[in-house]
Design a protein around this ligand. Structure first.
Ligand code: NAD
Length: 257
């Protein structure tokens, strides 16, 4: 049987890389879609070396035409298009008084508009194929509860949760499900950068910055990217067919509400 095809944006490192590797292990042909061509190719080559089917595709998710072209390239090369994981995102630390119009545009174009362009491009393919599909968006624990010093990031991730609910309703008739995952504190390059800032501001090191986050986690450990990938694999697979419009919080118990 032909493999189902999943495209993961921001797939070259961090959570996205863990997702492409997990989906490949689960039997998907995967497209590693990222701005970083070199790293995307390394990940795709490594998956192929280990017996999976993978390709790298360059995409800037904030470029609508480019996103459509990338999705078409994946469908052409891998023969189908079944799952889009809108994972790419920027996570700048921004106290509210530091947000400039330029930074606002940049972060909203990637974190919010990028998801909308991705949904549009994926839906075009799903409709051509006529058998539905799955869209999975990255939000954050910061998109569930307002986080200090993350005004810009937090607001984009609240937007993604809203978008997920609306798109789930709008696309249900086409047998397309739309869900989201909300990671907590995951050991990725993005989080190491944030930990560096937090540590520096307190006159301490990066590890101290990272461990300050752990005290809010019920399970008392930081998340591995693979913890998040496991939840995404559930949302990408058939066991979640009757779930849509939901956000799964994969945060080790940071917030209960
Ligand atoms: P990361 O910064 O480590 O990796 C992001 C990847 O996205 C990189 O490979 C980068 O090249 C790519 N990328 C950036 N801009 C892009 C663009 N315009 N087009 C295509 N690719 C682009 O990030 P991560 O920590 O793995 O986070 C992945 C997602 O999970 C993000 O949406 C992030 O907001 C969310 N998230 C992360 C955490 C965490 O603790 N790390 C927590 C909550 C939510």
């Amino acid at each position: 049987m032909a493999k189902k095809v999943a495209m993961v944006t921001g797939g070259a490192q961090g959570i996205g890389e863990a997702i492409v590797r997990r989906l490949s292990a689960d039997g998907f042909a995967v497209a590693v879609a990222d701005l970083n061509e070199v790293k995307s190719k390394e990940v795709a080559d490594d998956i192929e070396k280990n017996g999976g089917s993978a390709m790298a595709v360059k995409v800037d998710v904030s470029d609508r035409d480019g996103f459509f072209a990338a999705v078409q390239e994946v469908a052409d090369k891998l023969g189908s298009f079944d799952v889009l994981v809108n994972n790419a995102g920027l996570g700048p630390t921004t106290p509210i008084d530091t947000i400039t119009p330029e930074l606002f545009d940049k972060v909203y174009h990637i974190n919010v508009a990028g998801d909308i362009w991705g949904i549009q491009a994926a839906v075009e393919q799903f409709k051509k194929q006529g058998n539905g599909g799955k869209i999975i968006n990255a939000t954050s624990q910061a998109g569930v509860v307002g986080n200090p010093n993350l005004a810009l990031y937090s607001s984009t991730k609240f937007a993604v949760r809203g978008l997920t609910q609306v798109a789930a309703r709008d696309l249900a008739e086409e047998n397309i499900t739309v869900n989201a995952y909300a990671p907590g504190i995951v050991k990725t390059p993005m989080m190491f950068d944030i930990a560096h800032e937090v540590g520096k501001n307190a006159g301490k090191d990066d590890e101290w910055g990272m461990q300050t986050f752990a005290k809010d986690i019920a399970l008392k450990r930081l998340s591995e990217p693979e913890d998040v990938a496991a939840a995404v694999a559930f949302l990408a697979g058939p066991d979640s067919n009757y779930i849509t419009g939901q956000t799964i919080e994969v945060d080790g118990g940071m917030q209960f509400h």
